[in-house]
Ligand binder design. Structure first.
Ligand code: GTP
Ligand code: MG
Length: 218
C-alpha cells in the first residue's frame, strides 16, 4: 500500500530487481510472495521475457504461467506514461489479483519531455499528478508499487556512501511520494550494496546482493 523507490547508477540492478519482484510477487505467501499478478510499465524498453523465464526457473514455478501473469506496457513519452496508469486503473478494477505495479523508470521520459530549465515547475506538476495516481492505486487496491529512479551527476563521488553528494532526481515531489527509498550501489567485484535511504518503518541499514541469472540474490 505504498511506493518503494530504488535509485542508483546504471547497472546497479534496478531493472533486474523489477524483474525479480514480478516473479516473487506470484509466489505463495509461505514463500514470501503475494500470490498475485504484476503490471510493468516499461519506459526504457528494458523488459525482457527471457529474464522472467530464468527467474521463474530459479523459484521452481512454470515460466509460461509466470509470464502470463505479468502485464507489460511500453510508455513512449511522459503523457503516455500517465495514460497507461489510467488504463491500468480500469484493469485493476476488473481484476483484483494484481499485487505489484512496476514503473521502470519513473523519471526517464519526464527528463526528455521537460529538458529546459524553464520547464522544471511544469515537469514537477505533471510528475506530482502521476505520483498521486500511483499512491492512490497502492492504497485503493492494496498493491505494492516499485519504481526505479536515476541520480544527479556528480564527478566527485567515491565508494563511500557518506562521501556521496549524489542524489535521486525528482526533487521534493518524488521524495514525498516514495515511502521507502533504497539506494543501490556497486560494491566490490560483482557485488552490489543496497542501503535503506529512507523508510517509515525500517531502520537505516545496508546489505549486499548479487545480480544472477536467477535474479537478485542476497
Ligand atoms: P540502468 O537502467 O541503466 O540505470 O541500470 P539498472 O540499474 O536498471 O541495471 P540492470 O538492472 O539492467 O542491471 C544490469 C546488470 O545486470 C549488468 O551488470 C548485467 O551484466 C547484469 N545482468 C543482466 N542479466 C543478467 C543475467 O542473466 N545474469 C547475470 N549474472 N547478470 C545479468
Ligand atoms: Mg534499468
Amino acid at each position: 500500500m505504498s511506493i518503494t523507490e530504488a535509485f542508483g547508477e546504471f547497472r546497479t540492478g534496478k531493472t533486474q530487481l523489477a524483474h525479480t519482484l514480478c516473479v516473487t510477487v506470484q509466489l505463495p505467501p509461505e514463500m514470501g510472495g503475494g500470490n498475485g499478478k504484476a503490471a510493468f510499465i516499461d519506459t526504457e524498453g528494458t523488459f525482457r521475457p527471457e529474464r522472467i523465464r530464468a527467474i521463474a526457473a530459479r523459484f521452481g514455478i512454470d515460466p509460461d504461467t509466470t509470464l502470463d501473469n505479468i502485464t507489460v506496457a511500453r510508455a513512449h513519452n511522459s503523457e503516455h506514461q500517465l495514460d497507461l496508469l489510467n488504463e491500468l486503473c480500469i484493469r485493476l478494477c476488473e481484476d483484483k489479483q494484481y499485487r505489484l505495479v512496476v514503473v521502470d523508470s519513473i523519471m526517464a521520459l519526464f527528463r526528455v519531455d521537460y529538458s529546459g530549465r524553464g520547464e522544471l515547475s511544469e515537469r514537477q506538476q505533471r510528475l506530482g499528478q502521476m505520483l498521486s495516481k500511483l499512491v492512490r492505486i497502492s492504497e485503493e487496491f492494496n498493491i505494492a508499487i516499485y519504481i526505479t529512479n536515476q541520480m544527479t551527476a556528480d564527478p566527485g563521488a567515491t565508494l563511500s556512501f557518506a562521501a556521496d553528494t549524489k542524489k535521486p532526481i525528482g526533487g521534493h515531489v518524488l521524495a514525498h511520494a516514495s515511502a521507502t527509498r533504497l539506494y543501490l550501489k556497486k560494491g566490490r567485484g560483482e557485488t552490489r550494496v543496497c542501503k535503506i535511504w529512507d523508510s517509515p518503518d525500517v531502520p537505516e541499514a545496508e546489505c549486499t546482493y548479487q545480480i544472477t541469472t536467477g535474479g537478485i540474490n542476497d
